[in-house]
Ligand binder design. Structure first.
Ligand SMILES: CC(C)(COP(=O)(O)OP(=O)(O)OC[C@H]1O[C@@H](n2cnc3c(N)ncnc32)[C@H](O)[C@@H]1OP(=O)(O)O)[C@@H](O)C(=O)NCCC(=O)NCCS
Length: 158
């Protein structure tokens, strides 16, 4: 049910990401840039060597993740599950696919950024093995607004 995102998915994935981020658990300040994701952005991401996965149900994408190699690891972004498909483990499955991709590429870590206000997201990432690395503030904000998290990947003994 999980398969790599292709340029043919650009419009559907961009719409899915915008719909998912429009239904976060709390409204964030500033609003997520994912709310403005366009099909052209998805194509540009793929053309630049980025990747990702989409989960389909009945031929329609219901969840997706995007990633790119950055700062010595695989950076995951735009993790999105359609509101009607949440709490069924799709996000965990997509994170596991990202981890598999990082391991296959010999990368030692996965990393991401999430808003401090999104406690449910932080709990999900923590329970998937991510730890908080550093807190950051968006421009114009005196207090931190988002946190960088990472998951160190140790070699699997074979
Ligand atoms: C964050 C998001 C991707 C999570 O997607 P999801 O598919 O609901 O996540 P999962 O089902 O894999 O896991 C979420 C929770 O549901 C639980 N769960 C999973 N399957 C379940 C089931 N069958 N029954 C009950 N709970 C379940 C998980 O244990 C997890 O619980 P936790 O919050 O206590 O850790 C989704 O809510 C979303 O798209 N949010 C808007 C966009 C966003 O914020 N993206 C992340 C930006 S950093």
């Amino acid at each position: 049910m999980l398969r790599p995102i292709t340029p043919q998915d650009a419009a559907a994935v961009a719409a899915l990401v915008r719909a998912a981020f429009a239904e976060q658990s709390v409204a964030t300040d500033p609003p997520a840039s994912a709310l403005r994701l366009t099909p052209a952005d998805v194509c540009a991401h793929l053309a630049a060597g980025g990747g990702g996965m989409v989960a389909e149900e009945a031929g329609a994408p219901v969840a997706s993740i995007m990633w790119s190699e950055m700062d010595g690891g695989l950076y995951v972004a735009r993790l999105s599950v359609a509101p009607a498909s949440r709490r069924r483990g799709l996000a965990r499955a997509l994170l596991a696919a990202a981890e598999e991709t990082a391991r296959a590429a010999g990368l030692p870590r996965l990393h991401l950024g999430t808003r401090l206000a999104l406690l449910d997201n932080r709990r999900l990432f923590s329970s998937a093995g991510f730890v908080e690395v550093r807190r950051h503030a968006h421009p114009g904000h005196a207090e931190p607004t988002w946190v960088a998290m990472e998951k160190r990947l140790t070699a699997v003994a074979g």
